[in-house]
Design a protein around this ligand. Sequence first.
Ligand code: CTP
Ligand code: MG
Length: 232
Amino acid sequence: MNIAVLLAAGKGERMASSVIPKQFIKVNGQELFLYSLKTFASVSSIDKILLVTRKEDIEKMSIIVKNHQLCQKVMNVIAGGETRKESVTQAINYLKINEGDPHNIILIHDAARPLINEKTIKENIQACKKYDAVVTALPSSDSILLVKEKVEKELDRKQIWLAQTPQTFKLSILTKAFTNEIHEEVTDDCGVVLQIGVEPHIVMGDKINFKVTTLKDICLLEAFLKGGKDEE
Ligand code: CTP
Ligand code: MG
């Protein structure tokens, strides 16, 4: 079974002027999290979707899901944690109880990336069947600098990739990685899985699958939705 976990339990603190977390900001009339949710729901190979949000927002999110007739694939809306890693841990704990087959393929996606496409989702599933651990990533088109106080050196950009989501794993690997005792600071699931020695396969990302982080990103999203075409 292929299960998508949509992470929407953050506070959106870098979205400085917003009073509500960014997943609920309305863009072109619909809440931000609905963009990726609708895309995942429309992909036939996605069997179920688990939504993770802040405890105080569970009811609000559930109502929006109902109003958009998205209940068919959404298995539940559960509470996340203080950090992204804790939110993923809550999702894994829920899945272990409710869909515990260790071969299940789990796609973890930031609800803050509204423009995820069907092709990337399908490629994640295909690659995970073969490699067990997959990260969507994009080669850097800019030069990469290592900076301390001043520029120390330029890194070889051929070796630098920018991680996106989905990041996709067999449930067995997620379970092992997230119960591991090592607690180095990591910012995504790829980082957690690397700590147990698993080296994920890469699926090519897409510039348009950017993460809405600041108000400028909302402007970018609006501009894209207005008719900006993706130049391949
Ligand atoms: N996320 C989560 N639980 C957390 C923190 C983050 O589910 N405790 C989710 C966010 O909702 C988002 C994704 O992880 O979809 C990526 O995180 P980020 O862009 O950092 O979102 P926020 O944490 O909400 O933003 P900020 O860091 O600016 O507060
Ligand atoms: Mg954050």
